[in-house]
Ligand binder design. Sequence first.
Ligand code: XBP
Ligand code: MG
Length: 283
Amino acid sequence: MSPVIAAEKLRSLNLRVGFSQTRPICTIMNELKALIFDVDGTLADNEQDGHRIAFNLAFADAGLDWSWDRNTYEDLLETFGGKERIHRYMEDFQPGFDPPAGRDRFVRELHQQKTLRYQELLNSGAIPLRPGVARLLKEARANGLGLAVASTTTAVNVTTLLSKTLGEQSISWFEVIACGDVVARKKPAPDIFLYALEELGLAASECLAVEDSESGLASALAAGLTTVVTVNESTRKQNFTGAAIVLDQLGEPDNGFRVLAGDAGGATLVDVNFLKLIHHRAR
Ligand code: XBP
Ligand code: MG
């Protein structure tokens, strides 16, 4: 059989084929090889007490009397992306506002200031990782699983969160940090997960996503990914149809998760074995 035909045959058997210098390497394409994490709400519970605060500080810096309270922000969270969220607020709540410097430029500059303010919050240590995140990332690495991020937020927000909570070297734990404007369409479009898969060089069937929101889940599912949801207070009541399992958190040995939907098979902790089981069951 010629190499091309052999590769096609292997692919039809759901096998990935690559070539080392001396011999073909064949691996099963349905094996779990990488985890793709959402960031905001998943790695950290950072929307209301992180991003919202930073938006309000940036509004004050710009001399605006805008202030997003928790309820307003909860509604605005339906719109993914900070710049898109400001645009939506201006349309829905400030229809008469005439920005001094063209709408797009005004929002871009306001958002840059928001990112600076958010960096200050991160650097002050005000935003910790959610329970189980550090444990799972370390365990995944120790077990040879690849790590990636697929987030709507600005890239520097992810790298600062990682360095501040896990040390600067933790940025290099991730093969791909896919963020923000690198794709044209934000969640719930699948683009950011498809981009992360492309950069990982893996098929969706070889990866598992961890998300916290309905739009994030929709994005991951549309990219073909098996998805575990860990809710937070803002997302708890959303619709998670299609998730492999819905939990209140990843859990720690002394503080297990609660199952909100799906079958955890008696487990109380999201670890690598649990994720392999969930992934296998879905495939
Ligand atoms: C959630 C978001 C983000 C942040 C704001 O992203 O919608 O836009 O609220 O970040 P995800 P920026 O859950 O995909 O991580 O202001 O930097 O856009
Ligand atoms: Mg999220």
